[in-house]
Write a protein that binds this ligand. Structure first.
Ligand SMILES: Nc1ncnc2c1ncn2[C@@H]1O[C@H](COP(=O)(O)OP(=O)(O)O)[C@@H](O)[C@H]1O
Ligand SMILES: [Mg+2]
Length: 586
């Protein structure tokens, strides 16, 4: 199992490095700077010998003069090298982050609808923010530590061997022990950091739900429940973090304790009579300085593994998203403007095969320019049916054709360009009313065009009363507008799109009867000359349709015109009667 994870980790790390590859000149500069930096450390330890032996004991005037100069030069080089390596690595790191963020964001746009349905917004957002930040740490901090500190250690160890082989060899008895401890600790660490990231996602998920659902929470007094839920995830996050902190807090002193044993051993060895003869004060202090200076890099190297693992865990969770296949790109068939002939041929669909069919044996035809209404109880599959046309989901079997060709044959943007959709829950973006109307490909619409459709959809009726008119900001998801106003904006948007196929999914559900009557004309204008699939909660909207299809539990149970269906006296007729209270319900 651990080997499996390791090779996995290796692949992830290589993939992350791939992102840094284009910046190799900067990397090289940083590495060169780190070599200089490591050399200055060794140089400092080495300087101890002439400083003590030359300046203090022999009192050599040349040494006395040159040592302070060297010291300043050493630190000047060290400072410069430190700056260059930090700056270059962070530059690369931030570039990598920016690209990863861009890719994840783009992925959000390309993910199939089904994935969006399943994933929590909070978790997705925390990947975009928190997890990617962790990768930044990994690509900069880790590399600094691995390269610079390893080089420093090499330099210092070499210097120690040069000074005294016996003492240096002794150090190597302690080394493996520290190494073993490092590995043990890092294995524990890796487990926690992954779980902490997951629990961080939980924290944002719960918070996000509260932020977006605050009204529901208030009116149903859900505060307690939400508090409890948040307490759970908050506490879990804390506990996991504390466990990680504990592992870290125990590991560092443990390593240092082992190091202290080593140091005590060195002092003991160095003060043996045979040694004392060979060692000058300067040599011993230089050796000892080098050894002390080893501690920092060693300590960082033990931590670096945890850091690296954290980065890899974060990288893994990001690549998991990036590796989800995009929604199918569609075929190659181009389509400028469809005539608008739609046919469903024995269509079967399920969101999740295990949960059974949502639609089955759907067969019907809509001639170009016709209006077809779908009627049926809530949950009967109306919204699902129309979401198959713009390929939010794909059929499980059977086929849907537009102008005689399977919708899967068209190139996706071309297909979607043919369809305007006004649905029940209108999504507005945090922008002005005008820019919400001219959204997406209609960005280039002129102010006159926008005003014309705003007028037809009765948007002007309320926007003209606002101080900034059509340039009024609608707030986050359009909260500053009422439901009916939002729907009118959505209708204006559909008018502007002027697509050959129009889908109205309870498009007027948020409008009161009077406003609905008012935009009736707008809708009539909208419906005219194009193929329209309409789902309406008010059957009065449906009456004028060329054709009515009644659904129940994912099947077509009745079809026909309003008059013929009333005559049939089936479900449509009873629904119709119920709505107009011609006879008591039940
Ligand atoms: N995104 C989805 N994922 C899984 N199941 C869904 C999804 N949307 C709707 N359903 C299920 O599919 C069935 C049909 O729903 P829907 O098409 O929304 O009905 P209607 O629009 O007629 O009220 C329902 O049982 C509903 O629970
Ligand atoms: Mg619906």
């Amino acid at each position: 199992m651990p080997t499996l994870f390791q090779s996995d980790a290796g692949a992830i790390y290589r993939r992350l490095l791939g992102y840094a590859k284009p910046f190799w000149p900067l990397y090289s500069a940083a590495i060169a700077a780190m070599i200089v930096y490591a050399a200055t450390d060794t140089g400092f330890a080495a300087l101890m010998r002439p400083l003590l032996d030359g300046s203090f004991i022999e009192q050599n005037p040349d040494t006395i003069r040159i040592v302070p100069v060297i010291m300043v030069v050493l630190f000047l080089a060290r400072g410069l090298a430190g700056f260059v390596s930090t700056y270059c690595l962070n530059y690369v790191g931030r570039r990598v982050i920016k690209r990863l963020r861009g890719e994840v964001f783009e992925k959000f746009l390309l993910l199939p609808t089904a994935i969006h349905d399943q994933s929590s917004t909070g978790v997705m957002l925390s990947k975009l923010t928190y997890n990617i930040e962790q990768v930044a740490e990994s690509t900069t901090n880790t590399i600094t530590v691995i390269i610079r500190d390893t080089l420093t250690i090499l330099g210092l160890v070499a210097w120690m061997f040069y000074l005294n082989v016996e003492l240096a060899l002794f150090i190597f008895l302690v080394g493996p022990l520290i190494g073993w401890l490092m590995r043990y600790v890092s294995a524990r660490f890796r487990r926690y950091s992954l779980r902490i990231q997951d629990s961080m996602g939980d924290v944002t998920r719960v918070a996000e739900e509260v932020l977006s659902g605050h009204r529901v929470i208030k009116v149903f007094n859900g505060e307690e429940y939400e508090l409890r839920q948040f307490e759970n995830v908050n506490e879990k996050n804390r506990r996991l973090f504390m466990r990680m902190v504990a592992v870290r807090a125990i590991s560092i002193p443990l390593i240092q304790l082992i190091a202290a044993f080593g140091m005590a051993g060195i002092v003991f060895l160095a003060t043996q009579p045979a040694m004392l003869e060979k060692l000058t004060v300067g040599t011993f202090i230089s050796f000892f300085t080098a050894m002390l200076m080893l501690m920092g890099p060693l300590k960082r190297l033990t931590n670096v593994n945890a850091n690296l693992q954290r980065g890899i865990a974060a990288g893994k969770s990001i690549f998991e998203i990036l590796d989800i296949p995009n929604e199918p790109a569609g075929g190659t068939r181009r389509l400028d403007r469809a005539r608008g002939e739609i046919s469903f041929d024995d269509v079967e669909f399920s969101y999740d095969r295990a949960k059974g069919k949502v639609l089955q044996e759907m067969t019907f035809k809509v001639a170009a320019g016709q209006t077809v209404a779908f009627v049926g109880r809530s949950g009967s599959g109306k919204s699902t049916l129309i979401s198959l046309l713009p390929r939010f989901y794909d059929v499980v079997s059977g086929s849907i054709r537009l102008d005689g060709h399977d919708v899967r044959d068209y190139c996706l943007p071309d297909l979607r360009r043919q369809i305007a959709l006004v649905s029940q829950d209108v999504t507005l973006f945090n922008d002005t009313i005008a820019r919400n109307i001219a959204y997406g490909t209609m960005e280039s619409a002129s102010p006159q065009e926008i005003r014309a459709v705003a007028e037809a959809a009765r948007v002007l009726e309320f926007s003209d009363r606002l101080p900034e008119g059509l340039d009024t900001m609608v707030g986050d998801r359009g909260v500053l507008l009422s439901g009916g106003q939002r729907q009118r904006v959505a209708i204006a948007r559909a008018l502007l799109k002027n697509a050959p196929v129009l889908i109205l999914d309870e498009a007027t559900s948020a409008l009161d009867s009077e406003s609905e009557l008012h935009i009736r004309h707008a809708l009539d204008a909208l419906i005219k000359d194009r193929t329209t699939l309409v789902i309406a909660h008010r059957l009065s909207t449906v009456e004028n349709a060329d054709h009515i299809i009644v659904l129940d539990e994912g099947r077509i149970i009745e079809t026909g015109s309003h008059a013929s269906l009333i005559e049939q006296g089936g479900q449509y007729a009873s629904l119709y009667r119920m709505q107009f209270h011609e006879e008591p319900v039940m």
